[in-house]
Design a protein around this ligand. Structure first.
Ligand code: ZN
Length: 70
């Protein structure tokens, strides 16, 4: 059984409070992000709420069989 992982961060817009989920490298590389709701640009790293690792269990054919939090 093969597994693949994707770490995501939960970012909160400092202007309107909208929560955005992005791959964690956005925050690790200190990228700025634009809120889809209000258009505010802000630092991903400074507005990080939480992060989670999503685990994909892959079938023999390489397709995702199930998805869960690690
Ligand atoms: Zn916003």
């Amino acid at each position: 059984m093969k597994q693949a992982f994707l770490e995501v961060v939960f970012l909160k817009c400092p202007k309107c409070g909208n929560v955005i989920i992005e791959p964690s490298w956005f925050s690790d590389l200190e990228q700025d992000i634009q809120c889809a709701d209000c258009g505010e640009s802000f630092s991903a790293k400074q507005n990080e709420l939480d992060r989670k690792v999503i685990k994909f269990v892959l079938g023999e054919d390489g397709k995702a069989g199930s998805i869960s939090f690690e």
